[in-house]
Design a protein. Structure first.
Length: 375
C-alpha cells in the first residue's frame, strides 16, 4: 500500500490495528445482556456493508490521503497530520480498560434527585440523574468506554439496570456512541438520527460536503468503537417548534423524576439537531457543545480535544451560528438568574458542572473527585 498512499508501513499497520480492534468489538453490541446480535451489528453503518478489515482499511486510507492533500494545501505538514490520526487511536486504546479514569461531580438537585457528572478521559461528559423512579442518562460517551463506564457507575452505587431512558444531545460519537450498550429508549432530534444513519457529522450544515468532516466522522467511529442506540429504541422529538424559551425553539418537555426538562433546539452551529436541555425549577442548563468550561479541562483532555479541531479545522460545522448560540445560551442562564434569583448550573457537553461568574464565564461548581478503576 505504500506505493499508492503517502504513508509508512508503520502508520498503515497502526491504522489496521485500530480498525481490527473496532471489528473485534462488534460495536459493543448486545445491550445489558452482553450477547451479540447479528441483526444489531448489521444496523451499524460501519458493519452493515459486510466489508473486511482490509477493505475498510483501503477505503479509510483513501480518505486520509484526501485529508493530507487538503490540509497540506493549508500549510500543515504531512507528518503532523498523520500523527494526529495515530495519537487519536492510541489515546482511546490507552485510556480504556486499565487505563480508564474519570473526574466526577455529585450534585444534589433536590431531596429525591442527585445528578452525577462523569468526565471521561476523552470526549464528552456522561450525566446521570439518580431519581427515586430510576436513572436517566444525558449523553453516553464513547463506545470504547462503555464497559468502563458501567464499572464506574457500579462503584458509585448506581444500578444501571434502573436506567429508564437516555437523552442524546447530538450525534457526535462521544455523545451518542455508546447508546447501543443500553437497551432503553433514547430520545434525540430527527437530525441526530440522520447523522447516525449517514455517517457524516456535518449533515444538514453548510459544510455537509466537506471531505474533512466525512473522513473525521469515519475515523472517530472506528477508533472509539461506534455503537449508537438501536433504532428500535430511538424516540424522536419534533423537528421544530414555534414556541420559544429565550432564543431557542422549545420542542417539548420530558419528566426526570419530579422535575420537568424543556428540550430546546440549538441553531445548529456545533451540529445540526443539537439539543439544549433546560429546567427552570431545578436550575439546570445542559448546553451540550454550545457552551463549556474549557478552563476545567486538564492538559490531557485539552491535547486530545485539539485533534478534532486540527483534522476538521473547527469542531463547529458553522462557526457563525456556533457563536450566536453560545451567546444565546449565556443569555438564557443570565435570564434564569435574574428571574429566579438562583444560580443556573451549566452542564456542558465537556468539562465540569459550572456556574457563570460576574464576567459571564463558567467556573467549576463545588468539588471534583478523581476516579480510577480497581480491576
Amino acid at each position: 500500500m505504500t506505493d499508492k498512499y503517502p504513508f509508512s508501513d508503520d502508520f498503515t499497520e497502526k491504522i489496521r490495528l485500530f480498525l481490527t480492534k473496532f471489528e473485534e468489538s462488534g460495536g459493543n453490541r448486545g445491550g445489558n445482556t452482553g450477547n451479540n446480535d447479528n441483526n444489531d451489528v448489521e444496523e451499524n453503518i460501519y458493519f452493515k456493508d459486510g466489508k473486511s478489515v482490509d477493505e475498510k482499511l483501503t477505503e479509510f486510507l483513501d480518505g486520509i490521503a484526501k485529508t493530507v492533500e487538503i490540509l497540506t494545501e493549508k500549510g500543515e505538514s504531512k507528518e503532523v497530520i498523520l500523527r494526529n490520526y495515530t495519537d487519536c487511536g492510541e489515546f482511546l486504546l490507552n485510556t480504556s480498560g486499565s487505563g480508564f479514569y474519570a473526574d466526577v461531580q455529585i450534585q444534589k438537585i433536590n431531596d429525591s434527585i442527585t445528578l452525577y457528572c462523569f468526565q471521561t478521559p476523552g470526549g464528552g461528559s456522561i450525566y446521570l440523574f439518580d431519581t427515586s423512579g430510576g436513572i436517566v442518562m444525558v449523553d453516553t460517551g464513547y463506545g470504547i468506554y462503555a464497559d468502563d463506564a458501567k464499572r464506574m457507575f457500579k462503584y458509585y452505587g448506581l444500578d444501571i439496570s434502573r436506567l429508564k431512558f437516555i437523552i442524546v444531545t447530538h450525534a457526535d460519537s462521544d455523545h451518542c456512541g455508546a447508546g447501543g450498550a443500553y437497551d432503553v429508549p433514547a430520545y434525540m432530534h430527527p437530525g441526530t438520527l440522520e447523522i447516525i444513519r449517514c455517517g457524516n457529522r456535518a449533515w444538514g450544515s453548510i459544510h455537509e460536503s466537506s471531505t474533512l468532516e466525512k473522513v473525521y466522522t469515519t475515523m472517530i467511529a472506528y477508533f472509539s468503537h461506534w455503537n449508537p442506540s438501536k433504532e428500535k429504541n430511538i424516540r424522536l422529538f419534533p423537528e421544530n417548534s414555534i414556541e420559544k424559551i429565550g432564543n431557542f425553539e422549545n420542542l417539548g418537555t420530558l419528566p426526570v423524576g419530579d422535575i420537568k426538562i424543556n428540550v430546546l433546539l440549538s441553531d445548529g452551529g456545533h451540529q445540526f439537531g443539537q439539543l439544549i436541555l433546560y429546567s427552570e425549577d431545578a436550575n439546570l442548563l445542559f448546553t451540550a457543545d454550545t457552551l463549556m468550561n474549557f478552563t476545567s479541562f486538564d492538559a490531557s483532555r485539552r491535547n486530545y480535544n485539539s485533534i478534532a479541531d486540527f483534522l476538521v479545522t473547527s469542531v463547529n460545522v458553522d462557526s457563525e451560528l456556533a457563536r450566536k448560540e453560545r451567546k444565546s445560551a449565556v443569555a438564557l442562564a443570565l435570564e434564569h438568574e435574574a428571574k429566579t434569583g438562583r444560580k443556573c448550573l451549566i452542564c456542558g457537553g465537556h468539562g465540569t458542572i459550572s456556574t457563570l461568574n460576574s464576567e459571564g464565564k463558567p467556573e467549576t461548581l463545588g468539588s471534583v473527585e478523581h476516579y480510577t478503576p480497581k480491576l
